[in-house]
Design a protein around this ligand. Structure first.
Ligand code: ATP
Ligand code: MG
Length: 313
């Protein structure tokens, strides 16, 4: 039985593991989430985010380890309407309009939110009378969100909730989520985007290859994976000369081009100025945030954390 008292226990995942045949999708994940916290699970494709979320929601049984949602099992918590999930895949129930579907979901729970309010919050009022089979990808995503919100759960678990949304959809989505978080609800979401995790989460857990590789506030995580690279075409220049430019951590030659890695945006600004000053012939210059995959390889490859496994090709 889920009581308001037991909810103070928050969400506890203890040493979860899950394999699919040879693939160790999740390898010993332990996370403790306070009630009211907004947590981002950040990681590249195949990191184990969805598998972790599926185990949280009781959709996948862990090989070992336990999940406690406010003191009860995922199945009991989901049944009691304490948990709402929004999955990465899956189609909506056909033969119903958006409003009928959201109303039906609401009827399954003891204390649902007002359906019109949820339609408004999720930007689905205009498509409310449309059949769920006639929606675009982004509209479908908004309806999924409405279905998750209408139960008014204590815990919302969202797997890449903004993946199919355009810029406006993303903005609406996070506005709605802020309203949810402001009401003291716990939110867990998976994402590939450091910027999204940084903007909306109190805490970021970095996953790679089934493991947690970092866990902390966004500023801390950003400092660990926020490296920037400068690419420039620059024939006939020596990489040791480039690696000694101010702000540059390392310089790698790629044919006629170089990739300079800098620790953050301030040092990439410094490096770019120095590059243009000393090598005005540099062309095709591109500055970007290092990809997450790259950052994870740095975190998991070079420091020996993953020494029990060969790096992926
Ligand atoms: N049902 C399944 N059968 C076999 N392998 C699976 C299954 N589900 C997941 N995997 C494998 O487990 C690993 C983790 O997958 P998971 O979906 O949890 O990653 P993810 O972090 O959510 O990735 P993405 O960012 O691409 O959504 C992957 O290597 C994946 O191929
Ligand atoms: Mg996934």
């Amino acid at each position: 039985m889920v009581t308001s008292e037991s909810r103070t226990g928050g969400v506890v995942l203890s040493d979860l593991t899950k394999s699919y045949g040879e693939v160790q999708a999740v390898r010993g994940v332990t996370i403790s989430i306070h009630p009211g916290e907004t947590l981002a699970l950040l990681g590249p494709n195949g990191a184990g985010k969805s598998t972790t979320i599926d185990m949280m929601l009781g959709l996948t049984r862990p090989d070992s380890g336990t999940v406690s949602l406010f003191g009860s099992s995922p199945a009991a918590a989901v049944q009691a309407g304490v948990v709402g999930g929004m999955l990465q895949t899956g189609s909506l129930l056909g033969y119903l309009s958006v409003r009928e579907l959201v109303t039906m979901v609401a009827s399954l729970y003891p204390h649902p939110l007002n359906v019109d309010e949820v339609l408004r919050l999720t930007g689905t009022t205009e498509i409310a009378e449309r059949p769920t089979t006639k929606l675009s990808g982004g509209q479908t995503q908004r309806v999924r969100m409405a279905m998750a919100l209408v139960a008014d759960p204590e815990l919302l678990v969202l797997d890449e909730p903004t993946a199919a949304l355009d810029v406006e959809g993303r903005r609406d989505f996070w506005t709605a989520m802020r309203a949810v978080a402001a009401r003291g609800k716990t939110v867990v979401f998976a994402t590939h985007y450091l910027e999204e995790a940084d903007a909306f989460a109190d805490r970021i857990i970095l996953m790679a290859r089934g493991r947690i590789v970092a866990d902390g506030p966004p500023t801390e995580i950003k400092a660990r994976v926020g490296a920037r690279t400068i690419r420039a075409t620059l024939p006939g220049v020596d990489d040791t000369a480039l690696s000694s430019l101010p702000g540059v951590m390392k310089a790698d030659q790629r044919g006629d081009a170089f990739v300079l890695t800098c620790s953050d945006s301030a040092s990439s600004d410094t490096a770019l100025r120095a590059l243009l000053l000393h090598y005005p012939q540099a062309s095709d210059i591109e500055v970007r945030g290092a990809g997450l995959e790259e950052a994870f390889l740095d975190l998991t490859g070079d420091d020996g954390v993953e020494s029990d496994e060969a790096p992926r090709p």
